[in-house]
Design a binder for this molecule. Structure first.
Ligand SMILES: *[C@@H]1O[C@H](CO)[C@@H](O)[C@H](O)[C@H]1NC(C)=O
Ligand SMILES: *[C@@H]1O[C@H](CO)[C@@H](O)[C@H](O)[C@H]1NC(C)=O
Length: 642
């Protein structure tokens, strides 16, 4: 308990969360103006100290619920970020912002991209940092090497990679792609059709599996990055840049072979741990991920969660995306413990994937699965999406055990997130620690951490959580999973989700295909912080658009109690708390829905993909240092100053 509280205090300090305002969702005006004062850092430090003295009275008492602080902070950060991500009112300004951020001029046809983005009211104009980060290592390769590596992977259809060839502004599926694997590529081609006329001739390698592919050992990646940074600096002066790709590019991409080609770059490691070869290998040699390889599987690893947590609660998705302080993840995600299909490479092969785990170098593009709305939010007369307050107050999840493969003689499935989530919510009886209202009337405004047995929580919090299909397993593991997790498996119509206020969500063998639909609904998604990142991760804010939960699930019950309240006997005293679902929960559900309508539409996927492929076009251009967009009127530019 003392430890948890110490962690909380440290967390508060690390995260500099302004504690002194009233976080109650209904009263946002005062905190906002108050927060302007926080520019004065020394004052802040002193005030902060006193705040902590005031806030942490007793051994395990807090003045505010940590989630109130996280919710408040998320809104402030998102608003500040959005100003900065979207304020370019002309292409000249956008180009100057680009140069300031990425230390180069934008790629050719940036003006066309800008026009497209503005015409489709893209909220984001400036911040495409994820494209920059994904592509950076590939600057260490010459265009000829990139073409060779692309050819090598798409010439071998047995590796689950499909080629798309762009010629004269039109995209085609490579002729060697098996018929039954074309569905996704069809969606990609639909997306490219919107802007293909501006793309140069090139071949692209798309990952047809869910699992990501490319992870480079730390030391090699460090040197690739430094090569890349010097390559980026080779751009010619603005007066010599052409706003067009080179001519005759088609000849650079080799014909695909008629007979079989076997790419030597890939290894197949399905149904076994890939942590050492594809997880910790991307971390610095002195990091916990590299030094604590035999992590004990039973106990909760506090040091693994602490850097990105506030007490028991998930606080920082940037830090959580660093697996290097989290050696326990080796046993906590199906992707690491026993992937269903894993065909990976430790070489820098340019592969476009829909999602990727931390440390991977796949290039993210907007999922064609989402673009084609394969799991749509489509409420209708039969399946309505009532207003938040009219929904059942339930926390709901139905799903299949798709995250990883349960091999016959392995208990790796015990560690998989979906299985653990169902186990934690429907089976375990262990006591859970959570902040609840102080039982003594005089301390009504305070919260006190208390240990509540899971059955008492279950009796108070309305849950409807079950595995509907046990899949990706071999006997006897299937039977064991079925007996424990899915005694009465029943499937539901996907559109029946909208009857419930809170929708749990977790990764499958790749990203969760349902999340965007959940976000678009009037429900509030409660998402186990995903290992897999997607194109949108920079623009969706946890604790503003959805409720995140640490993958260790240590804060799951406490988070659910925050939303739905709690009534029961704790340490011999009757406790009743209505929770914050009615206020904060409803507000976040609305924020997520509104933001999905503004910034996660099909056209937003096009805008992202368009920009990504212009960048990729330049990166694969033999004249890449001499092509780029310079605004009329010349260098508004940081570029000359370099
Ligand atoms: C955009 O916003 C950022 C941060 O608020 C500011 O530094 C920058 O000058 C703004 N740019 C324009 C063109 O308004
Ligand atoms: C997460 O941590 C990083 C690094 O310390 C920090 O820059 C960022 O502001 C933090 N974000 C949140 C939401 O706390």
């Amino acid at each position: 308990m003392v430890l948890a509280l110490t962690a909380l205090v440290i967390g508060m300090i690390i995260h500099s969360i302004p504690l002194s305002s009233d976080f109650d969702g209904a009263r946002t005006s005062r905190p906002r103006s108050f927060s302007r004062l926080w520019g004065f850092y020394p004052i802040l430090a002193v005030l902060y100290f006193f705040q902590l003295m005031l806030v942490y009275h007793g051994d395990n008492e807090v003045r505010y619920h940590p989630i109130d602080a996280l919710v408040y902070d998320a809104k402030e950060r998102h608003d500040a970020w959005l100003k900065w991500a979207s304020n370019s009112s002309s292409v000249e300004i956008a180009a100057a912002d680009y140069t300031a951020r990425y230390k180069r001029h934008p790629p050719p046809h940036f003006d066309e991209w800008y026009a497209y983005a503005v015409e489709h009211s893209s909220r984001i104009i400036n911040d495409f940092d994820s494209i920059h980060e994904d592509l950076l290592p590939y600057w260490s390769l010459s265009p000829a090497e990139i073409r060779q590596r692309t050819w090598d992977s798409i010439a071998d259809p047995s590796k689950g990679i499909g080629g798309i060839l762009i010629r004269d502004g039109k995209a085609h599926i490579a002729p060697n792609v098996p018929r039954n694997q074309r569905l996704m590529l069809d969606g990609i081609i639909k997306m490219i059709e919107q802007f293909g006329q501006w793309l140069p001739d090139m071949d692209l390698a798309f990952n047809l599996n869910n699992e990501c592919r490319v992870a480079i050992p730390y030391e090699e990646m460090e040197s690739a990055r430094s090569d890349a940074v010097s390559a980026l600096a080779n751009e010619k002066p603005p007066s010599e840049l052409t706003n067009a790709f080179s001519d005759g590019r088609a000849d650079g991409w080799h014909q695909l072979p008629d007979d079989e080609h076997n790419s030597e770059h890939f290894v197949t490691l399905s149904s076994r741990s890939i942590w050492d070869e594809f997880g910790s290998v991307t971390c610095p040699p002195d990091s916990p991920a590299r030094t604590q390889s035999l992590w004990n599987r039973r106990d909760y690893c506090a040091s693994c969660a602490l850097p990105h947590s506030l007490g028991a609660f998930f606080a920082n998705s940037t830090l959580a995306a660093d697996i290097c302080h989290q050696p326990d993840l080796a046993n906590l995600h199906g992707f690491y413990t026993s992937p269903n299909v894993f065909i990976g490479t430790n070489s820098l092969i340019p592969i476009f994937s829909q999602s990727k785990a931390p440390g991977f170098n796949d290039i993210l593009y907007p999922s064609a699965w989402n673009y084609m709305d394969r799991v749509p939010y489509a409420a209708n007369d039969e399946h309505r999406d009532p207003p938040f307050d009219d929904k059942k107050p339930t926390i709901f999840w139905r799903g299949a055990t798709t995250e990883g493969f349960a091999a016959p003689d392995s208990t790796a499935w015990h560690g998989m997130t979906r299985q653990r989530m169902v186990h934690a919510l429907s089976i375990t009886s262990a006591p859970q620690t959570l902040p609840l209202p102080h039982p003594v009337a005089a301390y009504k405004r305070k919260l006190r951490y208390a240990a509540v047995p899971a059955p008492a929580l279950r009796a108070s919090i309305p849950l409807d959580v079950a595995v509907s299909d046990v899949v990706r397993c071999a006997e006897p593991a299937c039977a064991a999973e079925r007996a424990l997790l899915a005694p009465s498996a029943e499937k539901i119509d996907f559109q029946a989700h909208w009857l419930h206020r809170y929708l749990l969500d977790a990764d499958g063998s790749g990203f969760s295909g349902r999340f965007l639909a959940f976000l678009r609904s009037r429900c509030l998604p409660v998402k186990v912080a995903p290992l897999f990142r997607e194109w949108w991760h920079g623009r969706v804010t946890p604790w503003l658009h959805y409720v995140p939960v640490d993958p260790r699930l240590q804060g799951l019950w406490a988070t659910l109690a925050y939303l739905s309240g709690f009534k029961g006997v704790v340490e011999g005293k009757e406790v009743e708390w209505e929770g914050r679902g009615g206020k904060v929960g409803r507000r976040l559900a609305e924020e997520g829905r509104a933001w999905a309508e503004e910034a996660l539409r099909g056209v937003d996927m096009e805008v992202y993909f368009f920009r990504l492929l212009l960048e990729w076009g330049r990166l694969t251009d033999d004249a890449r240092d001499g092509v780029g967009y310079v605004p009329v009127g010349g260098g508004v530019g940081e570029a000359e100053g370099k």
